[in-house]
Design a protein around this ligand. Structure first.
Ligand code: ZN
Length: 277
């Protein structure tokens, strides 16, 4: 319907976030000839260092972590055949309450409008038809994920709106299934239960509030490879321990909630580009 290639833009907080929640759609849509743009907002300096050394521990060199995660991001990009990678270049703010929240250049401390202007410039350049980011809680409350949400929504108000905007989500039924599969595989759980004793809103959405279920089962291998590219981060190792086949089984569908739409396509839908081709 359009005289230019359809374009998907995914806005993520850290190097590795692209793999776990959107690796399937990035790989699938690239395979379908859609231009894919990954925007990574921070440098990941508060992540694990080589050998699993944690931030604040002796031997954790943030600049070395940035360099390592930058090359991991390139490998993930290759695995997912992402067309364009853009880095906003902010410093990883660490978990809520860490001193890094207030460090110079930290994404969390950056005025939303300032980062939104930068992202809006990318939106004008790439003219995405579909934009994907996190919900207002950044799915699980990480400051950089919350900020990525705020910045994306603010940027969208500065440009001609894309046809469709989505937030990543996980249906509650899948949260339970993840837990079962991880336990059966003998893998320790890191993702909290939706009902577990944690503060903040519950994770994910009731199944009937999930608008968009995209079959990415044919791309589970690429998603696994993308996540394996980020194996320095301990949160990812849990999933990698499942092995390729169990991982593909677990990750066969990626789910979203549609928050803006100009196509009028009824929901539930099974394609981020439904109504656009
Ligand atoms: Zn992240």
């Amino acid at each position: 319907m359009l005289d230019r290639p359809l374009t998907l833009m995914a806005v993520h907080a850290h190097p590795d976030d692209e793999a776990i929640s959107t690796g399937g759609v990035l790989a699938r849509y690239a395979a379908e000839g859609i231009t894919t743009v990954l925007v990574t907002c921070t440098d990941g300096r508060c992540g694990d260092g080589a050998g699993g050394v944690k931030p604040g521990e002796p031997g954790h060199d943030p600049d070395a972590v940035v360099a390592m995660r930058r090359s991991e991001l390139d490998a993930s990009r290759t695995a997912l055949k992402i067309t364009h990678l853009e880095l906003l270049g902010y410093a990883d703010s660490g978990m809520m309450g860490w001193p890094a929240n207030d460090a110079p250049g930290a994404f969390w401390g950056t005025p939303v409008r300032e980062a939104a202007e930068q992202l809006a410039e990318l939106m004008r350049r790439y003219q995405p038809d579909v934009v994907v980011t996190y919900d207002e809680n950044g799915f699980y409350g990480h400051p950089d994920h919350i900020q990525a949400h705020r910045v994306t929504m603010a940027a969208l108000d500065l440009v001609d709106s894309p046809a469709k905007v989505y937030w990543t989500t996980v249906p509650r039924s899948a949260m339970q299934r993840f837990g079962t599969i991880l336990r059966e595989a003998g893998v320790e759980r890191t993702a909290p239960e939706p009902s577990a004793e944690r503060s903040g809103p519950p994770l994910g959405l009731p199944d009937d509030e999930v608008t968009t279920w995209v079959d990415v089962s044919a791309f589970g291998g690429q998603k696994f490879d993308a996540l394996a590219a980020h194996a320095s981060q301990s949160d990812n190792i849990v999933f990698l321990r499942l092995g390729r086949d169990r991982f593909r089984e677990l990750m066969g569908v990626e789910t979203f909630v549609r928050v803006r739409d100009t196509t009028g396509t009824p929901v539930p839908e099974d394609d981020l580009f439904a109504g656009l081709r």
